[in-house]
Every structure is written in structure tokens, then in C-alpha cells.
Ligand binder design. Structure first.
Ligand SMILES: Cc1cc2nc3c(=O)[nH]c(=O)nc-3n(C[C@H](O)[C@H](O)[C@H](O)COP(=O)(O)OP(=O)(O)OC[C@H]3O[C@@H](n4cnc5c(N)ncnc54)[C@H](O)[C@@H]3O)c2cc1C
Length: 400
């Protein structure tokens, strides 16, 4: 593999760059922003990704700035009663069962750790891709300032609104989910009504849910995402944030348990996030251009898997590209899609279903949902204990 250009220095782009370097290939990473900064609040990283990040050499750095949730708990919206709960850090249950840790981490920290591992100077900042062309020499990338570069292979790691994907499919494949979220980070001290502040918890109720988990070295803050049904139409088109009044967020959670209203109320909400997905694509590559992460399969965040699936994509793609053999680049890209697409789609679909299940009205449907939640840890094991190294042709990565 000769010159690889990665468009986007987010979680996927930087992970891919590190995985390629580990296998002896130095890619060029382009990023539209003028500095590497975090987008959003925090992210939950599960074993299917943390085992891969550890092998890329960033496990200890992550461990230092992350919180491992004590438990996974589902609670009722009104009285806060436990619907179901499962150990995570307690008795090392999650590490033992899934083979790697579960972390709540501030995005700023994750971005910093990946950026430093790759070398922030090695990212070509201020490069916003506006066009791609096939040339006799490879693929030409045109930047917003009119300059261009060429590469043998272009990887679109440019997120849910991917320019690379638009070039591939010729259309806008994002779809508004009909749901939106309010987000924030709150010091635990401001949440006197919150039981089990170090757990990852879903508070589920009619038309809405709130997910939170502790982040930081000492778990002193809680990151939350409060998801509500609506609006029916997203008036901002493809821009995923819209102005809102603080009262709007609070109105959705009137009558909820004080732990929820304290959390939502602790942040001055000036914007809500539209939750978008990427429609199922026929292919993830065209010629010598390929997609990873949200660009390929942007999903609802209700399984906490967007970033984790992105990390899996990045490492599997890197491995397939560098494995010695006679396969052409296109055959390797087809193989990557073959290995990754079914799993990413399954998670994507499950995230849709989860949204519906979490938001049912009290009554028989909620009782059925609550019965189902008794087995949730077993039901989602296939996501968490998955080892993407099994999808890799090389044995370069040794088992932890
Ligand atoms: C509310 C919310 C909560 C979430 N929580 C979780 C969670 O707990 N766990 C989890 O696993 N996932 C979570 N996700 C999903 C996760 O954030 C994404 O799946 C992940 O960030 C995707 O990584 P990526 O590298 O594909 O894209 P991104 O992280 O979006 O990075 C794309 C990069 O490309 C750059 N870029 C874009 N366009 C261009 C261009 N034209 N030229 C050059 N550069 C460009 C961007 O500036 C950016 O740096 C959540 C998402 C949301 C919305």
C-alpha cells in the first residue's frame, strides 16, 4: 500500500492512522478544523474497542482519565425504582466476562490521547475536503482553499455528514431520526437525589429517556444525554444543532424523578442535538475510496456504539490493507465491507429498536419491556465481547 490519505482526524481517522503505522504504513491525515478539538461531551468505550485501543498502545493513557461504571442500571422515570441492574466494575464482572474494560471518558481526553499518540503535528489541519476525482495517478483530493493532493487510496473518516460519501453515492444519505437530545456534564455534587452516581444508568419513561455515566479520573462529573421524541421535522436541514430555550429541555422531563430534573436543570440548555443516522449504503467503497465509522454507518447512540464500531472498522481495515498477498486494493476493500457491514448494520438496527423500547408508555408495553430488560446484559454480549481481531487476516496483533 503506497500513499493513504485519511480525511477526518476524529476517532476513526486517528485510530486508522495509528493502526496503519503499527503495521508499517504512514498515512497522511487531513482535518478540516484548525485544531484537534472534541465534539460533544463524553463517550462510553466498550470492550470491543478498548481491547483494540490497548493494542495500539493507548490503553494506559485511557485508563488514567476514564471512569469504569460500577453497574449498568435501568430505572423507572417516575419513582426511580430499579427495573434491572448488572455489575460492571463490581467484582470485575465486565472485564472478566468481556475481556477488556468499559470506560466513560471525556471526548476531549480521548481526542487528546489519540492525537498525541499519532502526533498532532502530523495532522494536516485546516484541510476541508470539497471534491474528489479519479486521475491516472490515483485519487485527487481538492481542498476548500483550492489546493489539492493525490493519494493511492482515500479513506473517508469524515463523520456522519461525510463529503467522501456524498462523492461516492451522489446524494445525501443522512436521515433525521425524529428524535433529539439535550446533553451536558454536571458535577456529581450538584446531584443530591442521584442514586448510584458512579453507575451507567438509563432512566426510561414515556417518550423520553436519560442516559448518564460518570467520567474523569475520579468520576467527579456525570455526562448525560436526555433523548426525547421529536421534532417531526428538523428545521436546520443538515446542521445537527438547533437553538432551544432552557425551558424546552425541562418541559420534557416534568414529573420525572428529582435525579433527572436536577441533572437536566443543572445545565443551561441553549441547543438541542438532532439525532441523525446514515441510511444503509449499497457499498462502502468506490474504486480506491472507502468509508469508515459514521461516514459508513452513522447510528443512533442508544447502544453507545458509534465510536466503538468506528474503532473496529479502523483496525480491521488497516489489517486488511497491509496483509501480504496478491489481492488488489479493490478486493481488499470489498473484503473489509464483507467483514464489517453485517455487524455494523445489526448494531445500527438495534439502536433504532432500543429507542422505541425505551420510550413506551407505562402499561402492558412497559411491563413487557421491563421483563426484557432483565436479560439485557446477556442479550448484548455479542456486541461487547466481540473481538475484531478475529476478523483480521494477520496474526500481527497478539491476544491480550
Ligand atoms: C449524542 C451522542 C452521543 C454519543 N455517545 C456515544 C457513546 O457513548 N459511545 C460511542 O461509541 N459512540 C457514541 N456516539 C457516536 C460517536 O460520537 C460517533 O460514532 C463517532 O464520533 C464517529 O467517529 P468518526 O471518526 O466516524 O466521526 P467523527 O468523530 O465525527 O469525526 C469526523 C472528523 O472528520 C472531520 N471532517 C468532517 N468533514 C470533513 C471534510 N470535508 N474535510 C476534512 N475533515 C472533515 C471532522 O471535523 C471530524 O474531526 C454518540 C453520538 C452522539 C450524537
Amino acid at each position: 500500500m503506497e500513499q493513504v490519505a485519511i480525511v477526518g482526524a476524529g476517532i476513526g481517522g486517528l485510530t486508522l492512522a495509528l493502526a496503519l503505522r503499527q503495521r508499517g504504513v504512514d498515512a497522511v491525515v487531513y482535518e478540516q478544523a484548525s485544531s484537534l478539538h472534541e465534539i460533544g461531551a463524553a463517550v462510553a468505550l466498550s470492550a470491543n474497542a478498548t481491547r483494540l485501543l490497548a493494542e495500539l498502545g493507548v490503553g494506559d493513557a485511557l485508563d488514567e482519565v476514564s471512569t469504569e461504571p460500577t453497574e449498568l442500571i435501568f430505572r423507572s422515570w417516575s419513582d426511580g425504582r430499579r427495573i434491572s441492574s448488572f455489575p460492571v466494575k463490581e467484582e470485575q464482572w465486565y472485564r472478566t466476562t468481556c475481556g477488556a474494560p468499559y470506560y466513560g471518558v471525556h471526548r476531549k481526553e480521548l481526542q487528546r490521547i489519540l492525537g498525541q499518540a499519532w502526533g498532532e503535528d502530523a495532522v494536516r489541519l485546516g484541510h476541508r475536503l470539497v471534491g474528489l476525482d479519479r486521475t491516472v495517478d490515483g485519487v485527487r483530493l481538492t481542498w476548500a482553499d483550492g489546493t489539492s493532493d493525490t493519494a493511492d487510496l482515500v479513506v473517508g473518516a469524515d463523520g456522519v455528514r461525510s463529503t467522501v460519501r456524498q462523492w461516492m453515492t451522489g446524494g445525501d444519505d443522512t436521515r433525521f431520526s425524529g428524535t433529539s437530545g439535550f446533553r451536558g456534564i454536571v458535577p456529581v455534587d450538584l446531584l443530591p437525589s442521584l442514586p448510584d452516581p458512579q453507575a451507567i444508568q438509563f432512566w426510561v419513561g414515556p417518550g423520553a429517556h436519560l442516559l448518564h455515566y460518570a467520567i474523569g479520573r475520579d468520576g467527579g462529573h456525570v455526562n448525560f444525554l436526555a433523548v426525547v421524541e421529536g421534532p417531526d421535522r428538523w428545521r436546520q436541514g443538515s446542521v445537527w444543532r438547533d437553538d432551544c430555550a432552557h425551558d424546552e429541555a425541562m418541559a420534557h422531563f416534568q414529573g420525572w424523578h428529582p435525579a433527572v430534573t436536577e441533572m437536566v436543570g443543572a445545565v443551561t440548555h441553549t441547543e438541542r442535538w438532532g439525532l441523525f443516522v446514515v441510511q444503509s449504503l449499497r457499498h462502502w467503497s468506490r474504486g480506491h475510496v472507502v468509508l469508515i465509522g459514521d461516514a459508513a454507518h452513522g447510528m443512533l447512540p442508544h447502544q453507545g456504539q458509534g465510536a466503538n464500531q468506528t474503532i473496529e472498522d479502523a483496525v480491521v481495515l488497516a489489517d486488511l490493507l497491509v496483509t501480504p498477498g496478491t489481492d488488489s486494493v479493490q478486493q481488499r476493500l470489498a473484503e473489509y465491507e464483507h467483514r464489517r457491514k453485517p455487524r455494523a448494520r445489526r448494531v445500527q438496527r438495534l439502536s433504532w429498536v432500543t429507542n422505541r423500547i425505551l420510550h413506551v408508555e407505562d402499561g402492558p408495553e412497559a411491563s413487557a419491556r421491563n421483563a426484557m430488560l432483565q436479560d439485557v446484559a446477556r442479550d448484548i454480549r455479542w456486541i461487547h465481547d466481540f473481538d475484531a481481531r478475529r476478523q483480521m487476516p494477520s496474526s500481527l496483533m497478539k491476544r491480550v
